[in-house]
Design a protein around this ligand. Structure first.
Ligand code: ADP
Length: 398
């Protein structure tokens, strides 16, 4: 079966067409600047060079039409017609408490995703547009929604409740939800099979460190805690997001500058984190380069990031009363050897030692701890699209 995986962001759309037997990617790409001037699609058919097409995309509808045109194009397409797309899997950011696993889309599911839109106002509406446009263009093709929050629904109350009036939870749905669930789920499963262990016997801490970063404690395959919260602003300091701060800072900081609540929240989301502290960039490559050249604020930003990762790992060792494996994934986790080494330098008390040569490798699943390290440390490249395709296949063929 051919499965189209769609990930609609607020102004972008990533896609992959995956053949389910071989799990080969037939074609993939990205639509950028949807709804803004200068929109373009970058499409890569398997085995060929990238193709960039500039084309107006006022909405996600035009973007999905362009994706389907590229995939069925006479010269560079990878399928003859839309009839060769057998199912569509959509990433949906927020499933609230309604969805603890992926589901086949129907009217009820669409209504429930709409209900969660106030929890993810930038993402859920875009995800829904993607679902609706695919229904219209490919009527009768099964569509599956895969939620970022679903994997974290196994967290117990003690992990997801905030110290707020209980009604904040029961009436206003304010609780820790967690994000990057598809990645945490994929990576924790891969660790078990890579180590040849039973998932049920493993205590794993997954560090998804990218532009957005979150950490999850996974005990026996179930998430028991995670660092993001009601929204993806919580937890670690990230590329541009502040992560956990004293909540009183909002009023104090806004008061100092005469900002309203939206303006201060914008600063916390877009001008903080590694970008805010370093003053240089949200991209770890730029910040690492500047830190190496002696930029002190870049050094502070990177060290604060590693320190925060290490502190959350420590708290999750406590949460699970132990840990068997610590895993790094996503853009920074997979590529930055210095970040991994720096985090693990804080974890000597766990009996962790890193093999510098293994830590220097890239792009593969690998154990980077030494043979005598008491806890295994690994790098597992994440693959959210493949996870979405697998869930879609399972539900579409049920
Ligand atoms: P997103 O959260 O947008 O999905 P990714 O997981 O793709 O982000 O991670 C993107 C980030 O990965 C970039 O901003 C960059 O900071 C970081 N990154 C990518 N390659 C490297 C590298 N070689 N060294 C350090 N950081 C890297």
């Amino acid at each position: 079966m051919n499965i189209l995986v769609i990930n609609c962001g607020s102004s972008s759309l990533k896609f992959q067409l995956i053949e389910s037997n071989t799990e080969a990617v037939l074609g993939k790409g990205l639509c950028e600047r949807i709804g803004i001037d200068g929109s373009r699609i970058v499409y890569t058919p398997a085995g060929k060079d990238k193709i960039t097409i500039e084309s107006p995309m006022p909405t996600h509808t035009e973007a999905i039409k362009l994706v389907l045109d590229c995939l069925t194009d006479a010269e560079n397409g990878v399928i003859a017609s839309l009839a060769e797309i057998n199912a569509v899997g959509h990433r949906v950011v927020h499933g609230g408490e309604k969805f603890a696993s992926s589901v086949l889309v129907n009217d009820e599911v669409i209504a429930a995703i709409e209900e969660c839109a106030d929890l993810a106002p930038l993402h859920n509406p875009a995800n829904l547009i993607g679902i609706r446009v695919c229904m219209e263009l490919m009527p009768g093709v099964p569509e599956v929604a895969v939620f970022d929050t679903a994997f974290h629904q196994t967290m117990p109350e003690k992990a997801f409740l905030y110290g707020l009036p209980y009604e904040a939870y029961t009436e206003d749905k304010i609780r820790r939800y967690g994000f990057h669930g598809t990645s945490h789920s994929y990576v924790s499963k891969r660790v078990a099979s890579f180590l040849g262990k039973d998932l049920a016997d493993l205590k794993t801490i997954v560090c998804h460190l990218g532009n957005g970063s979150s950490i999850a404690a996974v005990n026996g395959g179930k998430c028991v805690d995670t660092s993001m919260g009601l929204t993806p602003l919580a937890g670690l300091m990230m590329g541009t997001r502040c992560g956990d701060i004293d909540p009183s800072i909002l009023e104090f900081y806004a008061g100092k500058h005469g900002w309203d609540i939206h303006e201060v929240t914008d600063v916390l989301n877009k001008k903080s984190g590694v970008l805010g502290v370093s003053g240089v960039s949200s991209d770890f490559r730029d910040v690492e380069e500047a830190a190496d050249a002696g930029n002190v604020r870049c050094q502070y930003a990177l060290e604060a990031f590693k320190y925060q990762v290490a502190k959350i790992i420590g708290s999750y060792v406590a949460a699970m009363n132990g840990v068997d494996a610590i895993v790094f994934t996503a853009g920074v986790g997979e590529n930055s050897a210095t970040t991994r080494q720096g985090v693990c330098d804080y974890l000597g008390y766990l009996g962790i030692t890193i093999d510098a040569e293994a830590n220097g490798k890239r792009g593969e699943e690998i154990v980077i701890s030494t043979a005598d390290s008491k806890v295994k440390v690994l790098v597992i490249p994440t693959n959210e699209e493949l996870m979405i395709a697998r869930d879609t296949l399972a539900l579409a063929t049920k």
